[in-house]
Design a protein around this ligand. Sequence first.
Ligand code: ACO
Length: 328
Amino acid sequence: MKKISIKGTGCYLPERIVPNSYFEKIVDTSDQWIISRTGIQERRMVLPGQALSDIALPACEKALEMAGLSACDLDLIVVGTSTPDMPTPSTGCFLQHRLGAKNAVAFDISAACPGFIYGLTIAQKFMQDGSHRHALVVGGEIISPRIDYQDRATCVLFGDGAGAVVLGHSNGDGEGEILSTEIHSDGSLWGLLNVPGGGSLHPPSKEMVEAGLHYIKMQGNEVFKHAVRFMSDAVRKVMEGCGITSRQVDWFIPHQANLRIMEAVAKQVEIPIEKVIITVHKYGNTSVATIPTALDEAFRSGQIQKGDLILTASFGAGFTWGAALFRM
Ligand code: ACO
């Protein structure tokens, strides 16, 4: 089986900055409450008319450029998202077309926030037998239209963004190598976090929109508890599977949902907070985009160096969760 490596990373965050003060004007909240309960100071949101492929495209182009590859070199595009451009066709197909990746097969996966770790796992399996040489794994979300701006418990949490990595076969020096991934799901817990409207159960209709079924529904406290437990479990499993201890990890990139969740997971798995990459203060929770955007930013800024051992973990609606260990 061939080993798979990360060859390039890229990200794009919309230019429009929405500070906590925006929510102070529309719901009963405060900058101080949001920061103390979530760590979020501001987030990015798209402008009306921008679709997921609009913000994912520059992230993909940057990842390809870093990898030294052209779009024609890609034979697989996997997009993790819950907010595609359209219900059909897939945003993967839009990206294939817009990149000119005419040799790739492209599709989306729906796994909520851990969709990026799911995407890495799926791409790795396509590539291990040598049948696919280069893959683009994208995590992107435009959550801002799915937020109920009258629900103070959810509207302050989310932001829009996109990140991507290009994968290729390892050249044997360990650089960029994916050591292991873990993915899990438990559909019995779907009721704690979902967007009920817009699918086949509650198809788009005036009544569905008037009932607010197209908005994120969440039981925050329950989500919080499960997030800490499931992410910690996945981290332990992925480390055990590779015979790696938390002391060997150079950087931990947890899903950036809430600073307190990240702190709790880091404590449970004995990783000092100084080793945790944090972007939630400036981007909020961008769902599936949090890990690839944080990875790209930290790598390009020099915080993460080539050869560093990176641990990631995520959690989201389903429930779905997972973890991955790789070298940069
Ligand atoms: N401003 C002021 N008060 C608020 C706000 C707000 N924005 N939101 C909730 N409150 C109030 C509540 O109404 C409640 O008031 P009450 O006691 O009078 O009823 C009080 O604050 C406490 O509410 P809790 O829900 O207990 O507050 P908590 O400390 O749990 O924080 C939060 C809420 C931030 C939502 C937290 O539960 C959380 O982060 N949960 C995880 C959410 C998450 O990460 N979701 C996404 C994961 S999956 C994904 O990424 C898609």
